[in-house]
Design a protein around this ligand. Structure first.
Ligand SMILES: Cc1cc2nc3c(=O)[nH]c(=O)nc-3n(C[C@H](O)[C@H](O)[C@H](O)COP(=O)(O)OP(=O)(O)OC[C@H]3O[C@@H](n4cnc5c(N)ncnc54)[C@H](O)[C@@H]3O)c2cc1C
Length: 389
């Protein structure tokens, strides 16, 4: 008989886990919303999946959105000075999570994976733990439902370092060559401009990372889609003239009424395993590895760890699932989590001089510019530059 696995959460981590594990194990996915509710719901992310994450989705035969605008480059601007355009090794893409999660849920159901719709509560964890050989908490940033211990060394902040302000818009001409554009206003925050695909077609995401109480932190009290659009327009006009030059004022509008978001993340890293009443519970994705989105790594980290968890469970397929499995999973993921976490946390502070020098060099040298773009595909490379050079 196949071992039974319960996954809580149908997001990036939970869905990839369900796809990867469904052939070798008896998988049940506990998810909170139906596909149609997801489609009608509020955006939660900007979700750039870099090439390695897309390759994993292909490996596990997850649905692909081929119509998504390809993201081939990273444009980098410091203040008002465009420094460079770095080329990625392979095209990345951003597919609205509302659309991607809904499609994957429907596809899993068609493939016979057991789906259980309910918001799982903490009080249900002991019973669910008993029902499966393994329970995986993939509840994202609202989780975890289990008290995985905090890794203090990787958790330096106790409050958000940025306010995240996101809208999906029509009426912004894309950058050339096609890619993500990052504008850093030192001490103030960042603007990320991302081409993405939604159910209603291509959009441009404008994503402000505002230093709390700084000059970009001006969306407090903004409630309606109309107010949000007006505020975004005025911030772009005032602080991001290059983007403003590509805005068509007559067409600038939300992709849909639920295409905006304000949130703030306090980064926290937890040890992703716990044994409770003799049963192993594992965590995957934001529930255990939660970071500020400034480096656009959350989905990519969730995908990386979901693959490592798959490899761990396959390696231990025929042995008991006890604490050793949790230790093995953490040993496999810890170097990557350390690298991505420390790089991401460093990006929320002033850039170290030697990193600023690399960025200036990238302005004069295409190979360096490309290497900086590769940081986003391979965070341990960024970690090396930040902390080991
Ligand atoms: C503003 C912003 C921009 C971002 N941009 C990027 C980016 O460009 N690139 C990138 O890689 N990452 C980005 N991220 C991070 C990324 O969105 C997350 O890291 C990623 O979605 C994490 O996947 P997950 O599966 O852990 O969580 P989620 O994708 O959040 O999925 C968790 C799921 O669990 C469900 N759930 C929660 N509680 C329960 C419960 N009790 N019972 C049942 N179900 C439950 C939720 O409904 C949800 O479907 C961004 C985040 C933010 C906030």
């Amino acid at each position: 008989m196949k071992k039974r696995i319960g996954i809580i959460g149908g997001g990036t981590a939970g869905l990839q886990l369900a796809y990867s594990l469904k052939n070798d194990f008896d998988v049940t996915l506990h998810h909170y919303e139906e596909a149609e509710e997801l489609r009608r719901g509020r955006i939660q992310s900007t979700q750039v999946h870099f090439r390695p994450a897309l390759d994993r989705e292909q490996r596990f035969q997850m649905p692909a959105a081929d119509a998504a605008p390809p993201i081939k480059t990273i444009h980098f601007t410091l203040g008002q000075q465009k420094l460079f355009v770095g080329r990625l090794t392979g095209a990345a893409s951003s597919v609205d999570q509302r659309m991607a999660y809904a499609a994957a849920l429907e596809d899993l159901a068609q493939q016979g994976v057991r789906l259980h719709k309910a918001r799982v509560s903490r009080s249900e964890i002991p019973a669910l733990s008993e029902a499966y050989e393994l329970l995986i908490d993939a509840t994202g940033k609202t989780g975890p439902l289990v008290d995985f211990p905090v890794e203090a060394e990787l958790t330096p902040f106790h409050s958000p370092q940025r306010k995240c302000i996101v809208g999906y818009f029509k009426g912004v001409a894309p950058v050339e060559p096609e890619g993500v554009s990052i504008t850093v206003l030192p001490g103030t925050g960042e603007m990320f401009e991302i081409p993405a695909l939604t159910e209603r077609g291509p959009v441009t995401i404008l994503f402000i990372e505002a230093v709390p109480e700084g000059i970009l932190d001006v969306f407090k009290g903004v409630r309606t889609a109309q107010e949000f659009t007006e505020k975004m327009k005025s911030v772009v006009q005032r602080y991001f003239p290059e983007i403003d030059g590509r805005v068509d004022p007559d067409r600038f509008s939300f992709a849909d009424e639920a295409a905006y978001l304000q949130t703030a993340i306090t980064p926290v890293i937890r040890r992703p395993y716990l044994v409770q009443s003799g049963k192993l519970v594992l965590g995957c994705g934001d529930s255990v590895f939660l970071a500020d989105p400034i480096t656009g790594q959350g989905c990519n980290t969730a995908s990386y760890c979901a693959e490592q968890l798959f490899e761990t469970l396959i390696a231990h397929k025929d042995s008991p699932w006890d604490e050793m499995v949790g230790i093995d999973y953490w040993n496999r993921t810890r170097p990557y989590i350390t690298a991505v976490t420390e790089w991401t946390n460093a990006m929320t502070g002033p850039l170290p001089d030697h990193v600023a020098q690399v960025l200036m060099q990238a302005a004069a040298d295409q190979q360096t510019a490309d290497r900086v773009a590769h940081w986003f595909e391979n965070p341990p490379k960024a970690y090396e530059v930040f902390f080991k050079s």
